[in-house]
Design a protein. Structure first.
Length: 357
């Protein structure tokens, strides 16, 4: 376990040096210029108490933005609460799909940018309640896009779609491929995705769409997800149980890289109208078999447990891999923390957090 902490410490020091040198921001210009872009800008953030939302909020605050966060209800186990972000932002209580909540927020503030992350994140919950999945993803997106179209058409809007919007098709997924969703979660994300593209292209709004691999990193308390679940099981001395047969492959993106990618897309939309209504893939471009990932985590943690194959997964896409060529060429994006480095940092974060708790 000491080796894991040493690896984590080295990775943390290395990342800090890169961030201080402004390489990790992956944005044009000097460090001071990057910080000035967001300084004192009013930004609306939905899904602020979620996993990705917490990291985007952290980065926006670091760069001096004035953030208005729509929060349905407090989550004790969230970066938003644990880091005390509520005291540093303007909090609007309510659901993002509630028209009154959106109307109130847009009437009270003039937004420079909107990061729309709120949606149903549990694939199994979407299967149990498809209408709820559609409300969470589609109604919220339509409501925000209409507010921007009618009230604040100069605002930048980033809509977080998903790699699941592609459905089950040959990999790697590229942005010029048609979306082929089947599962209710996939359909909800694909519909949200297409709405955002439409408003960007048809109405000329500064709308961009992100399709990311599976997020992982610190402050992810959704322990149904394979990485935090496996780490927690190993720390407990228990065997991880896999829903699938272990052969499914997934693409991933370290969450701090995901946060910076969302800000980067917003910055590019501010100056390049050819990006309006465009979707972009972001990931580490690695197709990782789930069983291999679990065993890699076990090995990194120096444990002696063997995963159990349950094989109970239903209607899930078997293989997922994104092609990020478009983001690299059109946006100049690249991940500074690779998959292996992100995994080491994540193991270190959970080891420290769960032991302390």
């Amino acid at each position: 376990m000491r080796d894991v902490f040493r690896i984590f410490a080295r990775a943390s020091r290395s990342l800090t040096r890169r961030m201080c040198a402004c390489i990790g921001l992956v944005m044009a210009g000097t460090c001071e210029g990057d910080l000035e872009f967001w300084r004192d800008k009013t930004v609306l953030l939905t899904g602020a108490s979620g996993f990705l939302g917490g990291w985007i909020l952290r980065e926006l605050l670091r760069q001096g933005a004035q953030v208005v966060a729509i929060v349905r209800q407090p989550r004790a186990q969230s970066q938003f609460e644990l880091a005390g972000f509520g005291a540093r932002v303007t909090v609007v209580r309510g659901a993002a799909e509630d028209p009154e909540v959106l109307t109130t927020a847009f009437a009270a503030h003039r937004f420079f940018a909107v990061f729309h992350l709120a949606s149903m994140v549990d694939v199994n919950a979407a299967l149990r309640d498809p209408p709820a999945a559609m409300r969470a993803s589609v109604e919220t997106t339509l409501g925000i896009l209409e507010q921007v179209r009618l009230r604040q058409p100069e605002a930048i809007v980033i809509v977080a779609s998903s790699d699941k919007a592609y459905g089950a098709q040959a990999t790697p997924f590229r942005e010029d491929r048609p979306l082929e969703p089947q599962h209710p979660y996939e359909i909800a994300k694909a519909t949200q995705d297409l709405l955002a593209q439409s408003y960007g292209k048809l109405f000329g709004l500064k709308v961009g769409v992100t399709r990311c691999g599976n997020f992982f990193g610190g402050y992810d308390f959704a322990f149904a997800r394979v990485i935090p679940y496996t780490i927690r099981q190993v720390l407990r001395g228990e065997a991880p149980v896999l829903r699938s047969d272990g052969s499914f492959t997934r693409d991933f993106l370290y969450v701090e890289e995901a946060a910076r990618a969302h800000l980067l897309l917003a910055e590019r939309l501010a100056v390049d109208e050819t990006l309006h209504g465009q979707a972009f893939n972001f990931s580490h471009e690695v197709a990782v078999p789930v069983i291999g990932l679990v065993r890699q985590i076990i090995a990194l943690m120096g444990a002696q447990v063997e995963p159990v194959i349950a094989g109970t997964a239903q209607a899930e896409i078997k293989d997922m891999l994104l092609d990020t060529t478009k983001a690299r060429t059109r946006l100049g994006w690249r991940a500074e923390v690779d998959f292996a480095g992100g995994l080491e940092r994540t193991i270190g974060w959970y080891s420290e957090f769960l032991r302390a708790g």
